[in-house]
Design a protein around this ligand. Structure first.
Ligand SMILES: O=C(O)COP(=O)(O)O
Ligand SMILES: [Mg+2]
Length: 223
């Protein structure tokens, strides 16, 4: 029988990466003569990967961004971010215990993130968490990414799971829309990176701490 699976988003869900992403974003924006963004700006721009973060920062300042400049700044962002992994990034309180509960209950555990795959693998490895995940899929692992539901469905397939016995955990509208489009229940954490409260996007459940993420809750959502 296929084991049930729990799929986590990475940035703002499992790991608080904001200080490092923000530093790398500002490093890149400075090279594009854009003023630094603060943590509130960051919450508006994050969620669809580095390319989108840079694009959104320029759009907000109504500053044009050529394709070449976008590529140059993206490379600066990625190089800076990669060189600093894991930086100040740490798992949120209760993450390790929550993962252990699901492992003990026989769940497969996976990651589906819009971070680049190489950065995701490096960060998870640097924090000593690699062994917990059966699959880690980044924005460039497949030809599509969240909010395309196939990113989540392919992650589940890669992990050897079954979408009918899956639950997603995320922090943003992107995650909630992805899971809903895939027909998979979604738990939203309310401490991640979104400028609007996650309840507005109507996830199955909202939690404020990982100790609320019980195996019972997941089983009830899977039905
Ligand atoms: O890095 C991003 O923009 C989003 O990453 P996430 O999908 O892990 O939240
Ligand atoms: Mg996230």
């Amino acid at each position: 029988m296929t084991r049930p699976i729990i799929v986590f988003d990475l940035d703002g869900t499992l790991i608080d990466t904001a200080p490092d992403l923000l530093e790398s974003l500002n490093h890149s924006l400075a090279a594009g003569a854009l003023p630094a963004v603060d943590h509130l700006g960051f919450k508006r721009f994050v969620g669809n990967g580095g390319r989108a973060m840079i694009e959104r920062a320029f759009a907000e300042k109504k500053k044009p961004l050529t394709v070449e400049e976008h590529e140059r700044l993206l490379k600066l962002f990625i190089d800076h971010y990669t060189a600093n992994i894991p930086g100040k990034s740490r798992p949120y309180p209760g993450v390790i215990e929550a993962i252990a509960r699901f492992e003990d209950a026989g769940f497969l555990v996976a990651v589906c993130t819009n971070k680049y795959e190489a950065n995701s693998l490096a960060l998870i490895e640097a924090l000593g968490l690699t062994r917990h995940f059966t699959a880690i899929a980044g924005q460039d692992t497949f030809p599509f990414r969240k909010p395309d539901p196939r990113h989540l469905l392919k992650t589940i397939e890669l992990a050897g799971g079954d979408p009918a016995k899956a639950v997603m955990v995320g922090d943003s509208r992107t995650d909630i829309d992805t899971a809903k489009a895939a027909g998979i229940p979604v738990v939203a954490v309310d401490f991640g990176y979104t400028d609007r409260h996650v309840s507005e996007f109507e996830p199955s459940v909202v939690i404020s701490h990982f100790n609320e993420l019980t195996v019972d809750l997941a089983n009830r959502l899977i039905g």
